[in-house]
Design a protein around this ligand. Structure first.
Ligand code: ATP
Length: 314
């Protein structure tokens, strides 16, 4: 065997801009447990990364700047409160490197849509700055930095299909023979605030008006192993759906329109208001996306596949 030379492992700084693609997430199972003392709910979730992407480009710079185009441009604040800037600074603190970069976001993931767009962008910023600065952190190390940025950020560093526990930040991959699942994502007009949806769930539960909490993830994991979309459709579930529907009753029309168009099932994505539909084939997904757009019950609809890799240099 060849001698190990430390120089071989030294990360190299790229000469051109670094372009990172990051997927949106949906939750195949979102079980919401009790409210914890720290204000978070205890979660048991199965994350799934889908083929709806934001793209972040990082270039060398004398300061740290962020510009953007696409979904939410003009709405999203690009100052130090933006998760992308916070992620770059968190990585700089972790590595001891100066936080210098010109960052540009091309956004496709709807804002406040329940698809973890902001978390995805934070994961993209970690991967992009890591490459730009030649830091060479492992996925595991990047995921550690991700925890302080938000509960969904570690998952978007990894992607795929993964079990999330704690407040969602403890991620372990679901090891199943890879299958291609076909989805339709329907974006809604306007967004929903995630904390507000959790508060609404607490209110509904207090009034005895919410469906009983989802049980274990075992049926969902078994369905993933069976690789049958009809079986998976039966196992999908979201404890936040009742709360999202309570705040946005119009989403019931979106869900009904997707099922009427032939989807196996539909559910609210995370805290909503985006809805996702499972279909048997990619042709069916394309057809159902067109029917949903035609129905006037959503702002846009797109056929996508999952699972996809997490934030990656393109
Ligand atoms: P989740 O499902 O993780 O709750 P979401 O998809 O419902 O998230 P996001 O698009 O992640 O919602 O955004 C939630 C809020 O986070 C936004 O309204 C915005 O104020 C803030 N935010 C900060 N940085 C970003 C970013 N880069 N992209 C989107 N939102 C951001």
């Amino acid at each position: 065997t060849e001698a190990w030379r430390p120089d071989d492992d030294r990360p190299r700084r790229p000469s051109g801009p670094v372009r990172v693609r990051v997927p949106a997430k949906i939750n195949l199972h979102l079980g919401v447990g009790p409210l914890r003392a720290d204000g978070y709910h205890e979660l048991t979730t199965v994350y799934h990364a889908i083929g709806l992407y934001d793209e972040l480009t990082a270039r060398p710079g004398d300061t740290l700047t962020l510009t953007m185009a696409g979904e939410g441009a003009g709405e999203l604040v690009l100052d130090d409160s933006n998760l992308i800037i916070r992620a770059a600074r968190a990585l700089a603190r972790r590595t001891g490197l100066p936080a210098l970069a010109r960052l540009h976001l091309r956004k496709h993931i709807p804002l406040a849509g329940g698809l973890a767009g902001g978390s995805a962008d934070a994961a993209a910023a970690l991967v992009a700055c890591d490459a730009l600065w030649g830091a060479g952190l492992s996925r595991e190390e990047l995921a550690e930095v991700a925890v302080e940025l938000g509960s969904d950020v570690p998952f978007l560093v990894y992607g795929g299909t993964a079990l999330g526990t704690g407040r969602g930040e403890i991620v372990s991959p679901v090891l199943v023979r890879p299958a291609n699942w076909h989805w339709v994502v329907a974006a809604a007009d306007g967004g929903l605030s995630t904390p507000e949806v959790y508060r609404e769930l607490d209110r509904l539960r207090g009034a005895g008006a919410a469906p009983p909490p989802l049980g274990s993830t075992d049926p969902l994991l078994a369905a993933l192993r069976q690789r049958d979309p009809g079986v998976l459709a039966q196992a999908l579930g979201n404890d936040l759906q009742a709360a999202a529907l309570s705040l946005r009753p119009d989403l019931a029309d979106t869900l009904a329109a997707g099922v009427a168009a032939g989807a196996l099932t539909g559910l609210v994505s995370g805290s909503g208001p985006s809805c996702v539909f499972l279909t048997r084939t990619s042709d069916a997904a394309t057809r159902i996306a067109a029917a949903l757009k035609e129905s006037g019950t959503c702002r846009s609809a797109e056929a996508v596949q999952g699972p996809m890799a997490g934030a990656r240099v393109a």
